[in-house]
Design a binder for this molecule. Structure first.
Ligand SMILES: [Zn+2]
Length: 275
């Protein structure tokens, strides 16, 4: 783990892929043998000073999107994790109400471990509605917590709640940034959106950004372990999957541990000025 005095973000552009790094002792996301040449801008990425994960369920927020939030708090910034539902129908054995309460508690505990804030809405699990009320509720939370970067679900999910979250957020971000739309809080423009590398949202996911999570890997996985489902109790081995995915993504980006992210198409557009 790198000492905080050595924190620095390196932005490496390699074709359309970008590597965002907290400087670490051994691997720095440098070019891998055989890869096309990459540029190192050496600039600090301020967009990671306030990161908000917005997910359908707490497990998605923490397991698939939590590491970038942990990076933000590790850098002395702010992090928050919002789930639109408590995921209360996720247990095959525990009654819905009881499991919802357990999920809420786990989210609180997990957020405290990474120095972030857990936010939960209570739309019914499996039935998250796509409507104006939900969009304005999320808009208001974006205005309140003012994230520069949002990590969320991509479009290609087989889970209906994840697709609902994608649709809600698309408009919520637009509403949040519209100054003429008067709400309790003033307008706030989100600078960047990333789609998470979520096993349930794999269709169409293409990594274009790698974020170095080496410094936060341990605290992030500790946070995730606050959820019983992390250990596979609901049928999917989240700990094995996301733990080893961080290693695999690290191999591809030449960081010790990394998460892959996908930018929306409009965010991938580059402007190259000719002097
Ligand atoms: Zn989910």
């Amino acid at each position: 783990m790198s000492p905080t005095t050595r924190r620095s973000f390196l932005t490496l552009a390699s074709g359309s892929a970008v590597a965002l790094s907290l400087e670490t002792a051994d691997l720095k996301g440098e070019q891998l043998p055989g890869q096309p040449p990459s540029q190192n801008s050496g600039s600090q990425d301020k967009n990671f000073s306030n990161v908000m994960a917005i997910a359908a369920h707490p497990g998605d927020a923490f397991f698939a999107m939590g590491a970038p939030v942990a990076v933000a708090t590790h850098l002395g910034g702010q992090g928050s994790l919002l789930s639109l539902s408590l995921g209360e129908k996720g247990s095959p054995t525990i009654p819905t109400e009881q499991y919802g309460a357990m999920q809420r508690e786990a989210a609180k505990k997990a957020a405290a471990i990474i120095g972030a804030k857990a936010l939960s809405l209570t739309y019914p699990d499996g039935e998250i509605p796509i409507n104006e009320e939900a969009k304005f509720t999320v808009c208001d939370l974006i205005r309140q917590y003012k994230p520069l970067t949002i990590v969320t679900h991509g479009k290609g999910s087989w889970h209906k709640d994840h697709r609902a979250c994608y649709d809600i957020l698309d408009d919520a971000i637009f509403y949040a940034g519209l100054p003429s739309l008067v709400r309790k809080e003033p307008a706030h423009g989100v600078t960047r959106v990333f789609y998470a590398d979520n096993w349930e949202d794999a269709t169409g996911f293409t990594a274009d950004t790698y974020l170095d999570i080496t410094a936060v890997f341990e605290s992030w996985t500790n946070a995730c372990s606050a959820f019983p489902m992390w250990r596979g109790e609901t049928g999917f081995r989240y700990n094995d999957y996301y733990g080893s995915l961080a290693i695999a993504r690290g191999c591809l980006s030449n960081f010790h541990r990394a998460v892959a992210l996908m930018s929306p198409a409009e965010q991938r557009v580059q402007h190259i000025r000719t002097p």
